[in-house]
Design a protein around this ligand. Sequence first.
Ligand code: SF4
Length: 395
Amino acid sequence: MSAIPPPPPAGLSSAERDRILAKSALFNPPPPVLTDGRRELVGLSREELAAEMLAMGEKPFRAKQLWHWIYHQGVTDFAAMSSIAAPMRARLAERFVIGRPEVALAQTSKDETRKWLFRWRDGQQVETVYIPDPEEDRGAVCISTQVGCTLSCRFCHTGTQKLVRNLGAAEIVGQFIAARDAYGEWPSPKDDVPRRLSTIVVMGMGEPLYNYENTAKALRIIMDAEGIGLSRRRITLSTSGVVPMMDRCGQELGVNLAVSLHAVTDALRDEIVPLNRKYPIAELLAACRRYPGASNARRITFEYVMLRGVNDSEAEARELVRLLRGLPAKVNLIPFNPWPGSPYQTSTHEQTAKFAAVLNEAGYSSPIRRPRGRDILAACGQLKTEGERLRRAAG
Ligand code: SF4
């Protein structure tokens, strides 16, 4: 793109960012320490791991060794760390654990979509979904960043569950490594070796930019080349438009960006995605235009849920084209996934196709997302509630 991106509006000051981070900190998770005092190693940054080793009187290279065993080899037992002498392994096991979330529920759909309800030490639960590519031996892991959500997007089931707390870095990384355990994808494939769990979409429960510090820490761990080594190009973070944090995300993490747009006028978006009242469409799109690294090779994805008679007219498609002009973008059209009590119906196939045709004619790729895992309620936000219902029924 040749146009020079506009500077951020004055309203997006660091004070606004600080306010968001301070509010987010109120919802931080409990410390990752077991009742017997042992500390969780998953989720520590390299520097924190080195500090723990130093506190034990060990040299920094121990942290490098541990990193390799935890994130490259995927071991959970210190006894398996053959490059570390037995007495040291015993000392580590006295002080630390390499944990995994407890699987409260795991289901595989007819279309091979797999879904887990993970339970953390304080009993809170989130869902994680693996969506295989039907044509190839790879797929995306959709991870959650919060228990519940503060944003009440009207089409979203998770939005009906109030925010309980943020997930910690250990819990965010933990979802991905537990999914890899399930497919036995250890050690981490290197270089060109194909990965079955090949991409991450941060699109599960919660708004990741309202839990920025923990999400960023987790993604840095996942991207570290000496561990899991998933490139930033294979990670997409989805936001409903927390504009002040989008700049920081782009500068610090450089992952792909997806934006939940869902409407082309502020009046409608205020209703469907209430965060719009704070950061309206023009500000949101300006933040997209300045997002670092956005190019035709790395387009910004706009998510657009198709709601019958609400946001799916061809006139709205044309307005969308106008709004996106000049932005390297693609639009994912998502058939609405109804849930009990949801106020909307999904658009007809014909209407969705007409909407897509307007976008395609204007040069925007606009795939219609195929519903996946419907038989196991894999759609965002459905699993947690269903898991609770099943458990109540069983117990
Ligand atoms: S769509 Fe995302 S941000 Fe909106 S309520 Fe659902 S989980 Fe929260």
